[in-house]
Write a protein that binds this ligand. Structure first.
Ligand SMILES: Nc1ncnc2c1ncn2[C@@H]1O[C@H](COP(=O)(O)OP(=O)(O)O)[C@@H](O)[C@H]1O
Ligand SMILES: [Mg+2]
Length: 306
């Protein structure tokens, strides 16, 4: 997959000298869905604004499709559709006019066929002559997407697309996003819902205090999520892990009174049975065992804290 966005050493300082993005590097591949996960104030919206060329850059370079977002603002901006965090619609405008108007802002010729197809895809065709004020919350969100896609961009940014939205509507949004991906649109969404990232992203990036703490294939992250810890309390204290048990990568804790064994629930074998049997063979007796789960939520909280 080729790279469509390249953010290099991005720093964004606001006028009040607050640094909202600190030396951030990020490459986005064509056709993927990236979820940028992070708490409020992490810098997600700031990052998006700089990529879209809506906010100035303090230092660093951002390229979209190989072009500099500042030097080639018009060209790069045209490749991007942005659904902003705040609902921004003209309440008394008809749906179709509002979407057509967005397209004209990019200096593109009217294309009724494209717009009508877009409205059908977003299940807004029947409502095209309704005024926006009369639409439900879910439909309004779809109008925002239609406006963002009105000029047929290759990249779509969705800034917190489901914040404060009910479960039904959230699922609706997810299926729209997946469908757009199937059509080849590269999608970057921000969210503070872990579940959302888990449901639809190909890769997940975690942002906090203006830094990208990690970016990883979702599958890899899920694998890590399914790690469990087995804590074995021993009858007798151990000074070191016996050679026969080395292969289990045990971690001695509580001054040798217990050890930890990490295993992956995603695998066919956890290795617990053979560990216990090997312990038995060399005469190490256990006093008690307990297991602990590591969830994506915990991983997230831990990453953010560290
Ligand atoms: N125009 C601005 N001037 C000064 N600080 C700002 C401005 N916009 C955002 N910030 C600050 O930058 C940080 C990141 O904000 P933002 O990018 O909106 O975070 P997120 O979208 O992750 O919630 C926050 O601490 C916010 O208060
Ligand atoms: Mg934001």
């Amino acid at each position: 997959m080729s790279e469509i966005i390249n953010v290099q050493n991005l720093v964004k300082k606001y006028d009040n000298n607050f640094t909202a993005v600190k030396n951030l590097n990020l490459k986005i591949r064509q056709g993927e869905i990236i979820a940028l996960l992070g708490p409020n104030g992490a810098g997600k919206t700031t990052l998006i604004s700089t990529i879209c060329g809506l906010s100035s850059i303090t230092s660093g370079i951002i390229k979209v499709n190989g072009l500099d977002v500042i030097k080639d603002y018009r060209k790069t901006r045209e490749l991007i559709g942005l659904v902003p965090q705040e609902l921004a619609l003209e309440p008394f405008e008809k749906v179709i006019n509002s979407v057509k108007f967005s397209r004209r802002l990019f200096g593109k010729k009217d294309d009724n066929e494209y717009i009508e197809k877009l409205l059908s895809k977003l299940q807004l065709y029947d409502k095209k002559n309704n005024i926006i004020k009369s639409l439900s919350g879910g439909m309004k969100r779809r109008v925002m997407i239609a406006k963002a896609l009105s000029h047929d961009p290759q990249i779509l940014f969705l800034d917190e697309p489901t914040a404060g939205v009910d479960v039904e509507l959230r699922k609706d949004m997810w299926s729209i996003i997946k469908e757009l991906k199937n059509e080849g649109v590269t999608i970057i969404l921000t969210t503070h819902y872990i579940e959302e990232a888990e449901m639809i992203a190909d890769r997940i990036g975690i942002i906090n205090h203006g830094e990208l703490l990690l970016i990883e294939e979702k599958r890899e992250l899920i694998k890590r999520m399914s790690v469990k810890t087995l804590k074995v309390k021993l009858k007798k204290t151990l000074d070191i892990i016996p050679t026969k048990l080395k292969k289990y990568n045990l971690k001695l804790i509580d001054e040798g009174k217990s050890f930890l064994y990490y295993y992956n629930t995603g695998k066919e074998r956890t290795g617990i049975t053979s560990l216990l049997s090997d312990m038995n063979k060399i005469g190490i007796n256990l006093f008690d065992i307990q297991t602990e789960e590591t969830s994506l939520e915990e991983i997230f909280v831990k990453i953010i804290k560290d």
